[in-house]
Design a protein around this ligand. Structure first.
Ligand SMILES: CC(C)(COP(=O)(O)OP(=O)(O)OC[C@H]1O[C@@H](n2cnc3c(N)ncnc32)[C@H](O)[C@@H]1OP(=O)(O)O)[C@@H](O)C(=O)NCCC(=O)NCCS
Length: 333
């Protein structure tokens, strides 16, 4: 079993908050756009509806709302924050980073601001780095955000992807803690050999935006759904086992599995392989779809706010995403 190096201190989540657009897009709305049905979408994915930003809204606006709620929950002032880490692939601009606008709006002027590009794994990548910076004594308080507006790169004529995604932002205040509680383990990984399964090429300098590239829809997200599905189940299982090992725990010490809300069948298959009963799996994909980097913190925040996840309980969370990337953590609340 891998041993973690000696740490000066640990990290814990002291507050959370989230923000979703008001506009709801139901499966019935999608039936008017593409050849699909509520029955197909619900049966294959578990999604009933998702939230969608209006034109002109910016991702940073949602990040700011989520961060304000998290700061209030943690009773921390913006000026106390040392780092703002945002996992996202759908920020306001190509540069500067979305976290820069969030810093300015929050007046968190003692922080540094950084975006992390790790697709759906973005929040756990951000948590990994916040935890490491806290362990090294370089940061005491961080805002760790997962936020995405994937509807802005969705091809609304592609029924195999447009039914899946929704927009959201969710944030956690992560603070240094002297006791060994809070983040008991956090693990991330990637496999660049699988980059071709899920990508958005257009707009980068490997694929400049031209009239032709736009006509071909190269600025939209593309995915081999079946292949992603197979890798996802395998990856979610392995990453879960790794996080439990690193926390020196057993699976039956886990109170809640809160997995990436990508597809109900992927979540059920992962829970089954881990032998975690369905009543200990938190699911909100029906309301929000796959919100990518926001999915895990949005679900954890809802589990806390609805009182399902109680203080002192332990969560196993696990995510996978394009790249391929993955992440997992065991967190005591
Ligand atoms: C996308 C996904 C829901 C598709 O489900 P699936 O059971 O694999 O379905 P398939 O891709 O095999 O397609 C089966 C049929 O349904 C059709 N179909 C695809 N999307 C459809 C839709 N929205 N409505 C109706 N039919 C649809 C396909 O065209 C195909 O028809 P055909 O057999 O006539 O060719 C599933 O593969 C998935 O969830 N993959 C993982 C995606 C994911 O998690 N991505 C995010 C990564 S973070």
């Amino acid at each position: 079993m891998e041993r973690l190096p000696t740490r000066t201190c640990h990290s814990r989540i002291t507050g959370m908050g989230s923000a979703v657009p008001e506009q709801v897009l139901t499966n019935h709305d999608l039936e008017l756009l593409v050849d699909t049905s509520d029955e197909w979408i619900t049966g294959r994915t578990g999604i009933k509806e998702r939230r969608m930003c209006k034109k002109g809204e910016r991702l940073s606006d949602y990040c700011v709302k989520a961060c304000r709620r998290a700061l209030e929950d943690a009773q921390v002032e913006a000026g106390e924050i040392d780092a703002i880490l945002i996992g996202t692939i759908s920020g306001d601009y190509r540069f500067p980073a979305t976290s820069i606008f969030v810093q300015s709006e929050l007046r968190a002027m003692n922080a540094f601001a950084l975006d992390i590009s790790a697709t759906c794994s973005g929040w756990l990548y951000a948590l990994f780095h916040a935890d490491a910076l806290i362990a090294a004594g370089r940061v005491r308080k961080a805002l760790v955000v997962g936020a995405e507006m994937l509807t802005s790169i969705t091809d609304w004529s592609d029924r195999s992807t447009c039914v899946l995604f929704g927009d959201a932002a969710a944030a956690a205040v992560v603070e240094a803690s002297d006791g060994h509680e809070g983040v008991l383990s956090v693990h991330i990984g990637s496999n660049g050999d699988l980059a071709h399964l899920l990508y958005c090429k257009g707009g980068g300098n490997g694929k400049y935006l031209t009239e032709e590239s736009i006509r071909k829809g190269e600025h939209y997200l593309r995915m081999s759904g079946n292949d992603v599905f197979k890798h996802a189940v395998r990856t979610m299982y392995r990453a879960s086992v790794k996080a439990i090992e690193l926390a020196h725990m057993e699976i039956d010490e886990i109170d809640w599995l809160i997995p990436h809300q990508a597809n109900i069948r992927i979540m059920e298959a992962t829970a089954e392989r881990l032998r975690i009963p369905r009543e200990r799996v938190f699911i909100n994909i029906d309301k929000y779809g796959n919100t990518s980097a926001a999915s895990v913190p949005l679900a954890i925040d809802e589990a806390r706010r609805t009182g399902k996840l109680k203080p002192g309980q332990t969560v196993l969370t696990v995510v996978f995403g394009g790249g391929f990337t993955w992440g997992s953590a065991v967190i005591r609340f």
